[in-house]
Design a protein around this ligand. Structure first.
Ligand SMILES: NC(=O)c1ccc[n+]([C@@H]2O[C@H](COP(=O)([O-])OP(=O)(O)OC[C@H]3O[C@@H](n4cnc5c(N)ncnc54)[C@H](OP(=O)(O)O)[C@@H]3O)[C@@H](O)[C@H]2O)c1
Length: 250
């Protein structure tokens, strides 16, 4: 799987996305690696890699703007006719004034909309615009990084309304897209993945409650998620997997 493959990592400027780019650049199987960033100021590491590796192409993309999604995919289509792996690593939990809600008192409709725009709608816009690049006869995977806290069945603790609901919506969007992809590009498997708690800016304020052995390095998370991706088989499209390959409840 993935020999001479073309891969797109969305949200590649830091965290898990940057980890995917680093690992895949060192993996001789991948012919082309596309990586997106939102602003140049926070993409210096990614740009540094592009200076070292000709096969890395960096593209600007704010996933909340459909025009930018279309432009980004247009640039990829001008370069290659097919993609074999897409990993959408974009996500927001906290950002400046945005903090996960501890209680109903903190519910704010603008913040909720922002969670949905970034964490849910972005992925389905990608599914819409990327579909032509999956219309080929080779095995392909379109993975979106979700979160276990987006599992409705697993929710015992409460709180984090916007993040939880937006990840649950992401799961539903991608499950639905998997059904349509199965008709129009049946070799492409569409999945959502829980990475496990990973040492990135996103988890930093909450790491105090995490046992050291449960906090993964980015490198470990990427290795584990690539392991899950490479084990996927035909019946797995539309499913929600944890980092160890187990299926998570919706
Ligand atoms: N870390 C964990 O413990 C953990 C656990 C469960 C799930 N996850 C999920 O894993 C994924 C990766 O998270 P991470 O831990 O790597 O976090 P991170 O380091 O904060 O990275 C988040 C990425 O999302 C990008 N992003 C945010 N808003 C965007 C927008 N509007 N358009 C385009 N890109 C945008 C960021 O770009 P900027 O730098 O420009 O903001 C950054 O590249 C997320 O979906 C997250 O929900 C993480």
């Amino acid at each position: 799987m993935f020999d001479e493959a073309n891969v797109l990592i969305v949200g590649a400027n830091r965290g898990i996305g940057l980890g995917f780019v680093q690992q895949l650049l060192g993996d001789g199987r991948f012919a082309r690696v596309f990586g997106t960033y939102r602003s140049l100021e926070s993409a210096s590491e990614l740009m540094g890699l592009a200076n070292q590796f000709d096969k890395l192409i960096c593209l600007p993309l704010d996933i909340t703007e459909e025009v930018q999604v279309a432009e980004c995919v247009g640039k990829i289509r001008a370069d290659v006719s097919k993609l074999h792996l897409v990993v959408n690593c974009v996500g927001v939990l906290h950002d400046g004034g945005l903090q996960p809600e501890k209680s109903l008192r903190h519910i704010n409709s603008e913040n909720l909309l922002h969670y949905f725009q970034v964490n849910s709608i972005g992925s389905i816009l990608l599914a819409k615009h990327l579909l032509p690049l999956f219309k080929h006869k080779e095995r392909a995977v379109f993975a979106s990084i979700s979160a276990k806290v987006g599992s409705i069945g697993d929710n015992q603790l409460g709180g984090w309304y916007g993040y939880r609901a937006s990840k649950a919506a992401l799961n539903m969007f991608m499950r639905t897209a998997a059904i349509e992809y199965a008709r129009s590009c049946p070799k492409a498997l569409v999945v959502t993945l829980h990475p496990g708690t990973t040492d990135t800016r996103l988890s930093l304020p909450f790491q105090g409650n995490v046992k050291p052995e449960k906090l993964f390095s980015v490198e470990r998370t990427v290795t584990q998620l690539m392991g899950v991706i490479e084990q996927l088989t035909d019946g797995d499209s539309g499913q929600f997997f944890s980092w160890d390959g187990s299926r998570l409840p919706w």
